[in-house]
Design a protein around this ligand. Structure first.
Ligand code: FAD
Length: 174
């Protein structure tokens, strides 16, 4: 990385954004949209926090490329929904498909630093594909690891099916 592209040596490239998070730059020294919040991405590209905040609100309503949060929410929705429809008694081939999908996913996820950590997680806690509940709980724990990293509360994994498959027992999803 050149001195111009180094955020430590070049104050025009700040290390931290308005959200207090570290700004993630790609291998070319450009801020990575899928790895930063939109507010931080805008702050680095606009160099003006007030303008960034206004642009952030407008962009949220304008079908723009996803930031790290929108990408994350949509992805967890897909992954937990896959868990919800995964069979109770999957065939060998269904188990292989899910393992391959998750491994490919961990290499392709567009937020590259999120993907790096997720691959490390998979090394420590092997993906469980033996049945729906095993996979659902494994995924819930993986999501909780990210929640903890981001300072968010842990989700009660006994409730994963209510959240993602059957709806809450109080009937609010019926
Ligand atoms: C594989 C992966 C890795 C990520 N790594 C990072 C990272 O390193 N840094 C970063 O800034 N962001 C990361 N993200 C994004 C981050 O996890 C969130 O998606 C994002 O911050 C938006 O959070 P949110 O509060 O809207 O809820 P989300 O965490 O997106 O959760 C969506 C909904 O899922 C439910 N939920 C929450 N926890 C669980 C759980 N454990 N099990 C089941 N359901 C649950 C809740 O109802 C919640 O509203 C990652 C996303 C993915 C998919």
């Amino acid at each position: 990385m050149s001195e111009e592209d180094n955020p430590v040596k070049n104050p025009a490239k700040p290390n931290f954004g308005a959200s207090g998070r570290k700004i993630v730059y790609d291998e070319n020294g450009k801020p990575c949209r899928a790895c930063n919040t939109l507010l931080d991405f805008r702050m680095v590209t606009n160099k003006n926090i007030a303008a960034a905040a206004v642009a952030n609100d407008a962009a949220n309503a304008r079908n723009c490329p996803p930031d790290v949060e929108e990408l994350g929410r949509s992805t967890w929705t897909l992954l937990h929904s896959i868990a919800a429809t995964y069979p109770d008694k999957p065939t060998k081939s269904q188990q292989e498909n899910l393992s391959q999908f998750m491994n490919s996913f961990s290499n392709l996820y567009p937020c590259f630093h999120c993907a790096d950590d997720f691959r490390e997680h998979i090394k420590k806690d092997k993906i469980k594909v033996t049945n729906r509940d095993e996979f659902g709980k494994w995924l819930c724990n993986a999501h909780n690891e990210v929640n903890v990293k981001l300072g968010k509360p842990k989700f009660d994994c006994n409730l994963w099916k209510e959240r993602w498959k059957d709806g809450w027992k109080d009937g609010r999803c019926d």
